[in-house]
Every structure is written in structure tokens, then in C-alpha cells.
Design a protein around this ligand. Structure first.
Ligand code: PEP
Ligand code: MG
Length: 608
């Protein structure tokens, strides 16, 4: 029997939260159609300018607040919003309407805004983030013109602690709310890779996205329990359910303390196999946690978030400073910098990309970089300069052909030569590795291995492209199965191709951050995993708990399975012998045989 108080979404930022909901019905205020007398036209134009100036001022205030609470890169989101609100083409269109049709400022502004939205409406997923930003600033301007303030905008004034529920979250909302007031976030749209999800994670706000129908099911004021680990949302929980959640949270917290005390111990299995656990770093904020959780370097430094939502591409110098900072934080351990993975839904506002019917099969990642050397070469120079003092390696995303690697290596050699000629301190070369995240790369892994210093498997995209399941589509989340037998075979094949050529092969997709899948990877023979920083203690605990021989037997058994469900059962049955599964997935009914501590799946944020 299904319980209609339960909603399921995707856990994108871990932690448990319990608080009244505030439902944001994110829409334009009711703007009356109003014309003005000829004599009032100038005054209306003045009101428009004042409203825009006031919104710029409040966005600037937000930018400063976020600069303090989160950091420089996060605060840059507002730079793009400030440019959008001041867009001269758009504003002169509004002014013309006021002048020619004697419309009030708000009537004219709404008219133009709706026109622009209709034009954006047919845009694909790439534009969604920008559309959300656009909508946010337009609502601000309209509310300002209607004499309504920002504070009511969020309906939060009267609430001390809340869970915000929205159809779609946009980055500004995620960061501007008071962290002490905002206990959690729930949205209908979005997935882990949404801009807002990444920010929620980095700010430590538990968050569930892709919760279909949540807006209709939850009223403002309703008590809601959300688990950002399992993606479960419970409406009006009973006392018993609350107590159960508190017990889970307390256990996670206890384990968090226990595991954090052990972060400096090696990731060695009980039967003596040692793994290297590295961290995935998306935002500068995460460096500190990765270091504190004992990451032996960075296995995936995403560079697109230096760009997303920003009005300008970062300069060579800005990138150099950032790479140096990361390099210096990991005390000589390697930092693997992924070159720009632009495209799909990650295009900076400053970068005009063509509109495409299928952006995820389009002009993205290494293709963009090779086609636009004026973007790529400064990044390569910044990397070479950093590599003079730090252990930097370069990794190429979405490779499908050998010549993409060869061409990049040539560019790196050219830039190294130029830097040397100009007398600029830089390394003369840098190891270049390849992300294996397309079926093509798996099939030609033997050839790619000949021109690559290492492989790192991006199981997020590999799953998307192999199973033909959009990783960002909340409706397909249950079909997005990185433990599909097809993927498991591919993982084994890539490892074998790397071993044959004598190059290291790691996994940096989200799969490595989930205990049962990390056990599968251990069993398949992977020795290097790169993991989301909050999950590092848990994955280390897993490695130290499950003998490699047991994991190997489980992995062999999964190779004979026909479905991801069968694979899941094998993994859970094996893992359940060593840890309490209820702590990884609060809905699990599998009894624990563990007598030791409790693992925690969130690694960072227990219930408050
Ligand atoms: C992946 O595709 O698995 C990966 C690690 O890269 P991203 O999630 O940034 O696409
Ligand atoms: Mg990828």
C-alpha cells in the first residue's frame, strides 16, 4: 500500500530537516493594465529607472552577503543577474512602449518580460538556469514597481525555521536566505547537477529535487520531514516517524564523529588491500572538507563552476590563482584538473552558444575547447604554470576519439614552449588523462590508453550515454542505474585496458560516493576512487570494513546478473553483513548484523 504522505525525489544535498513548509508560488505579481496621461510619461520612465536601480542595489547587497557567507566564485552568480536586469535592449523596448503607448511602467515591463519569456520558452535544458535567473530578476523589478518589497517575496518573514518548497529553485534563492532560517529545500524540477543543487550542497542545506507534484501536495505551514540522503519527503510525520528520523540522525551524527576521528587512517581492507581515496571538488568551499576528510588529492576538479552563471570567463591569471590554491591545499598529492566541460546545461552567460535540439549530444566539453582555442589555451597555460610548483594533472572530458587527446597534447606542448620562450615560470609538460564517459571511449580504451597518462571513469555520463537515460530528467531517475549489468561490464573492460597498458584507472562519477557501489568497484579491482568530500569518511569506513575478497565474490556474482535490481540485491546482501543498511537508506528493512559503529551516508549534516 502506498502512503500518500510520502513523496520521492532525488536527494541532492544530504541531511535530515523537519520544519514547516513555505511554498513559493514563483510567479509575476498581478499587474493591472494601466495607461497614463501624456504628461505622466516622463514620470513613468523615471519610475522604471528607479526600480531597476533599486533591484541592482539589492542584488549588489546579496552579492556582498554571499561573498562573505560562501565565497567569491558563488557571489559571481549575481554579476550575471545584475547585467541581465540592466540589459539596455530590453529596457529600451520597455521605454518605447511607455512612450508610444502611454503604458504604465509595470504594464510595459510585464508586456516585454512575457514577450521575452515566450522567446526563451522553446529553449532546451541549457537555457533553464538562465530562464530561472531571468524570471527572478523580472519578478523583483515588477514587485518593486508595484510597491512590494523583496522580503514578502519569499513569504518567510514570519517564520523562524522553514523548509522552502518551490517548483524550481534558482541559485539566488538558495544562497540569499538566512542559513539559520532555512532548514531545507524541496523542488519539483532539478537534479544533482542543477546549479541550485550544487550551491545547496556546498552551503550544507539538505535538499531534495525532482519531487513531482510537491507544490500541489504541500500547503504553507504543513510540517515536513525531508531526508536529503534518500530523497524522501514525508508530510505531517507521526511522532513515531519523527522519533525514527531522530534516531537515524543521531546515529549518523555519532558515526560522523567516529569516522571523522579516523580520517587519517589508511583506506585498507581487513585483508590488506589499500585504496587511494581522493576528493571531487566542484566549488572552492569544498577544499577544506576534502582535506579535513583525508582526501589524498583531488581526483576531479571541476572547472565549469568557475564559469557557470558568471558574466565573464575567468582569466588565465584567475584560473592560475585558483589552481595554485587547490594545489597548495593537498600537500603534494595530485590534483587532477578537468578541462572545461562546458555545454549540455553548463554554458556561461558570457559565452554565446548556438541553440541545439540535443545539447547533451551537441557541441560540448572537449569539442568546444578544441574549436575555441582562445578559451582553451589560457586554461592550459594556467595549468602549466601551476604545474611548475604543484602536482597537477590534466583530464579531458567527453572524449570519443583518439585525435582529441593527441590534439590537446600538441596544444599543451605549444603553450609550454611559448611560456618557456617568454621566460614565464611553468612546467615543460603535464600528464594528460582521459575521462571515460562515452561508450565510444570504452570500446577504444585500448587505443586511448596508448596516448593517455591515466583514465578516470565518469559513470554519470557513461550511464546516461550507455543506457540512453537523461541524467537530468527527474522522471527517469529510477532508470538511471550505474549498477546496470551493461555498465559493470564496461567498468571491467576499461580497467583491463588500463592495466594492460600500465596506466592507473580510477572512478570519479557519483557511483564511487555510494557505499554499495563503492564496494562493487572495490570488488572489480579499482584501486583509486574519487569521492564527494562529504562521503569520504563513509567510503573509507566501508573499505576498512569489507574484505576485498568478499567484495570480489560479490562483483563476480553481479557479472552474472541480468538486471540492475538483481545487482542491487547482491550488493545489499553482501554489504548488510558488514554495516547497518538502514543508515545508508533509511527505508531499508534489512536487519543489521553489524556490532560496530553506524555508518552515515551524509558525512556532513545531521538533523538539526
Ligand atoms: C561524470 O560524468 O561521471 C562526471 C564525473 O562528470 P560530470 O558529473 O561533471 O559530468
Ligand atoms: Mg561527465
Amino acid at each position: 500500500m502506498t502512503d500518500d504522505r510520502v513523496l520521492r525525489g532525488i536527494g541532492v544535498s544530504p541531511g535530515i530537516a523537519y520544519a514547516p513548509a513555505v511554498v513559493l508560488r514563483w510567479r509575476f505579481p498581478d499587474v493591472p493594465d494601466r495607461t497614463v496621461a501624456e504628461a505622466e510619461v516622463e514620470a513613468e520612465l523615471g519610475r522604471l529607472r528607479e526600480a531597476v536601480a533599486a533591484v541592482v542595489q539589492s542584488l549588489n547587497r546579496l552579492r556582498e552577503g554571499v561573498l562573505e557567507s560562501a565565497g567569491y566564485e558563488e557571489s559571481q552568480i549575481f554579476e550575471a543577474q545584475i547585467l541581465m536586469v540592466q540589459d539596455p535592449d530590453f529596457l529600451s523596448g520597455v521605454e518605447q512602449l511607455i512612450r508610444k503607448n502611454n503604458l504604465s511602467a509595470e504594464t510595459a515591463y510585464e508586456f516585454k518580460a512575457l514577450e521575452l519569456r515566450a522567446a526563451f520558452g522553446s529553449a532546451g535544458p541549457r537555457m533553464r538556469e538562465r530562464l530561472a535567473d531571468l524570471l527572478a530578476i523580472q519578478i523583483r523589478v515588477l514587485r518593486n514597481l508595484m510597491g512590494e518589497g523583496d522580503e514578502e517575496l519569499f513569504g518567510l518573514r514570519d517564520h523562524r525555521h522553514v523548509i522552502v518548497v518551490a517548483h524550481e529553485l534558482y541559485p539566488g534563492l538558495t544562497v540569499q536566505l538566512d542559513r539559520d532560517q532555512l532548514l531545507g529545500l524541496i523542488s519539483e524540477e532539478g537534479t544533482r547537477t542543477s546549479h541550485a543543487a550544487i550551491l545547496a550542497h556546498s552551503l550544507g542545506i539538505p535538499c531534495v529535487m525532482g519531487a513531482a507534484g510537491v507544490i500541489d501536495r504541500i500547503e504553507s505551514g504543513t510540517m515536513v520531514l525531508l531526508d536529503g540522503t534518500s530523497g524522501r519527503v514525508l508530510i505531517e510525520p507521526t511522532v513515531a516517524e519523527l522519533e525514527a528520523a531522530q534516531v537515524t540522525a543521531a546515529r549518523r551524527h555519532k558515526l560522523e564523529m567516529e569516522l571523522e576521528a579516523k580520517t587519517l587512517e589508511p583506506a585498507t581492507t581487513p585483508d590488506g588491500v589499500t585504496l587511494t581515496l581522493m576528493g571531487n571538488v566542484d566549488l572552492p568551499d569544498e577544499i577544506e572538507m576534502a582535506v579535513r576528510h583525508g582526501a589524498l588529492g583531488v581526483g576531479l576538479l571541476r572547472t565549469e563552476f568557475l564559469v557557470t552563471g558568471r558574466a565573464h570567463l575567468p582569466t588565465e591569471e584567475e584560473q592560475y590563482q585558483y589552481f595554485r590554491r587547490v594545489g597548495a591545499s593537498f600537500g603534494g598529492h595530485p590534483v587532477i584538473v578537468r578541462t572545461y566541460d562546458l555545454g549540455g546545461d553548463k554554458f556561461p552567460a558570457a559565452f554565446s552558444a548556438p541553440s541545439e535540439a540535443n545539447p547533451f549530444l551537441g557541441w560540448r566539453s572537449i569539442r568546444v575547447c578544441l574549436d575555441r582555442p582562445e578559451i582553451f589555451r589560457p586554461q592550459l597555460r594556467a595549468l602549466l604554470r601551476t604545474a611548475a610548483d604543484h602536482s597537477i594533472q590534466v583530464m579531458l572530458p567527453l572524449v570519443t576519439r583518439v585525435d582529441e587527446v593527441v590534439q590537446t597534447r600538441e596544444m599543451i606542448a605549444e603553450e609550454a614552449e611559448q611560456l618557456a620562450r617568454a621566460g614565464i615560470r611553468a612546467a615543460s609538460s603535464v600528464p594528460v588523462g582521459v575521462m571515460i564517459e562515452t561508450p565510444a571511449a570504452v570500446i577504444i580504451a585500448d587505443r586511448l590508453a596508448m596516448v593517455s597518462a591515466f583514465f578516470s571513469i565518469g559513470t554519470n555520463d557513461l550511464t546516461q550515454y550507455t543506457l540512453a537515460v537523461d541524467r537530468g530528467n527527474a522522471h527517469l531517475a529510477s532508470r538511471f542505474t550505474p549498477h546496470d549489468p551493461a555498465i559493470i561490464r564496461m567498468l571491467g573492460d576499461v580497467l583491463a585496458a588500463g592495466d594492460h597498458q600500465g596506466i592507473p584507472v580510477s572512478v570519479c562519477g557519483e557511483m564511487a560516493s555510494e557505499p554499495q557501489f563503492a564496494m562493487l568497484l572495490l570488488g572489480l579491482g579499482f584501486k583509486v576512487l574519487s569521492v564527494a568530500p562529504p562521503a569520504l569518511p563513509l567510503i573509507k569506513w566501508l573499505v576498512r570494513s569489507v574484505p576485498a575478497a568478499v567484495a570480489r565474490d560479490a562483483a563476480v556474482a553481479t557479472l552474472h546478473a541480468d538486471t540492475p535490481d538483481e545487482v542491487g540485491e547482491i550488493l545489499r546482501a553482501t554489504l548488510g553483513r558488514f554495516i547497518d543498511l538502514r543508515l545508508i537508506d533509511p527505508e531499508s528493512t534489512m536487519p543489521s548484523r553489524s556490532s560496530g559503529g553506524f555508518p552515515r551516508a551524509d558525512g556532513g549534516h545531521s538533523a538539526r
